[in-house]
Design a protein around this ligand. Structure first.
Ligand code: NDP
Length: 450
């Protein structure tokens, strides 16, 4: 029998890689983890955490304005981008340190450097080779840059978090999670924003009511939502960038931000040395146990491009660790994954969209409510909320819950638990509401829409 340096060698110190390594070590495995960048991956360094901190910053813009309706006299607020970036960076450094400490405490050997698979049991980092019984690839992904004239003049979400100054006018290309979140942040912080989306819809993978509603809410907040339009070219015009659109408009911008999707990080990993199969977009192909076509090599998280969300990578990592080192036979469930988009206003969703529910179920009931939150009766804001519930008319099971409104992610989390338990509409109706809240609307929606 072979003896290897480690039982598990993880490539990638993001959410999934760190979680899998920590759990594997707790189960008694000898684990090493290689990471070429700062620990914490996209979520900590260029995703969820800096984005949410900046989203908080952007919300203050409205909070200051709305406070007047509640009797507050405030001076003219001033925003300082450099202060926000410095404070955000300080917090991220703290989190990088916490990740390092988690690995040290779990006795995972952390190696700083780019790892390359040499053969099925050998990995090279910084010119040194290590052997391992199992290899786990958790290298995440990176933002893509569209192929158009002048695309080198644009930036991606990776660059956004380190912009030297807040642009006066930004063009955001895309209509997915990142586009609406970063457009909302820029707009809230005082930048004039044009969001250019190739189709008529945004958040296309979600219930279509959410995207339509968000378009109108973002417009009310001042974002120029340019739909059914493409960026044809970008050119330099002094300090400015000229953005030529397919609808004939030309936008003068200080910053063009591409948010047109992400791609798995597989380059330079040595996948070809062992013949690991990938899809056309580079995503590693794995089976239900996250094994690649090479028996002892596994992959999880954004690099497999199933559901690119931090909590999903964490769950996948725990499944791999338990199955390898606790002789488990656990499978990952992708049902009822709740998710939030931190646009302004927030969007959150769990379960099936109306379209998907109608495809899968013969009879579907839709409950919908659109209203102004109590806060805005005094705040002067014209923001509105949308809540929608999709129910299987034959079984009464709730199939999907969707929302646009403040703290939508906080509201949806509890409903996701209920859905995971198979909640019926009758059980939702029998729940006493918490008054006065937005969330109570979900337990008081009695009449289906026609
Ligand atoms: P998404 O896949 O969510 O959206 C990509 C957007 O870009 C879509 O609107 C798409 O248009 C558009 N697009 C794609 N290719 C082109 C092209 N060639 N030309 C013009 N437009 C194009 O990607 P994101 O980059 O926003 O986010 C990646 C993933 O990261 C998300 O899917 C999500 O899983 C994760 N994420 C999660 C967050 C959260 O949990 N809050 C936050 C940020 C990211 P169309 O709709 O027409 O296809």
């Amino acid at each position: 029998m072979h003896t290897y340096d480690y039982d598990l060698f993880t490539i990638g110190g993001g959410s999934g890689g760190v979680r899998a390594s920590r759990f594997a070590a707790q189960y008694g495995a000898r684990v090493a983890l290689a990471e070429s960048g700062p620990l914490g991956g996209t979520c900590v360094n260029a995703g969820c955490i800096p984005k949410k901190l900046m989203s908080y910053a952007a919300h203050y813009h409205e909070d200051f304005a709305e406070a007047k309706g509640f009797g507050w006299q405030t001076g003219e607020p001033h925003f300082n981008w450099a202060t926000l970036v410095a404070h955000k960076d300080r917090e991220i450094s703290r989190l990088n340190g916490i990740y390092a400490q988690i690995l040290t405490n779990a006795k995972v050997h952390t190696i700083h450097g780019h790892a390359q698979i040499i053969d099925a049991h050998t990995i090279a980092v910084n010119g040194k080779t290590y052997t391992a019984h199992h290899i786990l690839i958790a290298t995440g992904g990176h933002p893509t840059r569209p192929d158009l004239p002048g695309s080198e003049l644009g930036i991606t979400s990776d660059d956004f978090f380190h912009l030297p100054a807040l642009p006066a006018h930004a063009v955001v290309k895309g209509g997915g999670y990142i586009a609406v979140e970063l457009a909302s942040i820029l707009n809230g912080l005082g930048c004039k924003v044009s969001l250019v989306q190739r189709g008529a819809q945004i958040l296309r993978n979600m219930d279509s009511d959410l995207g339509h509603f968000l378009i109108s809410e973002m417009r009310k907040k001042g974002v120029d939502m340019v739909l059914d339009s493409k960026i044809l070219s970008i050119s330099k015009d002094g300090e400015k960038k000229k953005v030529e659109l397919s609808d004939g408009r030309t936008l003068d911008s200080d910053c063009v931000l591409f948010a047109t999707g992400r791609q798995p990080n597989t380059r330079g990993l040595g996948l070809e040395n062992v013949g690991i199969q990938v899809r056309e977009n580079g995503a590693i192909i794995v089976n239900e146990h996250f094994a690649t076509n090479v028996d002892n090599i596994y992959a999880i998280g954004d690099v497999i491009d199933r559901v690119a969300l931090t909590p999903v990578a964490l769950a996948e990592g725990m499944v791999v660790a338990a199955n390898l080192f606790q002789h488990g036979k656990r499978l990952m469930s992708y049902d009822n994954i709740a998710t939030a988009v931190f646009s302004h206003p927030n969007v959150a969703t769990v379960g099936l969209t109306e379209a998907r529910a109608r495809e899968k179920h013969a009879h579907v009931k839709i409950f919908k409510s659109e209203f102004k939150a109590l806060k805005h009766t005094l705040s002067g804001s014209d923001e509105r909320c949308l809540m929608k519930m999709i129910v299987d008319a034959d079984t009464d099971r709730v199939l999907g819950i969707h929302m646009v409104g403040p703290d939508a992610g906080e509201v949806i989390q509890g409903f996701a638990v209920a859905m995971q338990c198979g909640v019926t509409k009758a059980q939702v109706d029998a729940t006493i509401g918490v008054h006065p809240t937005l969330a109570e609307e979900f337990v008081t929606m009695r009449t289906p829409v026609m």
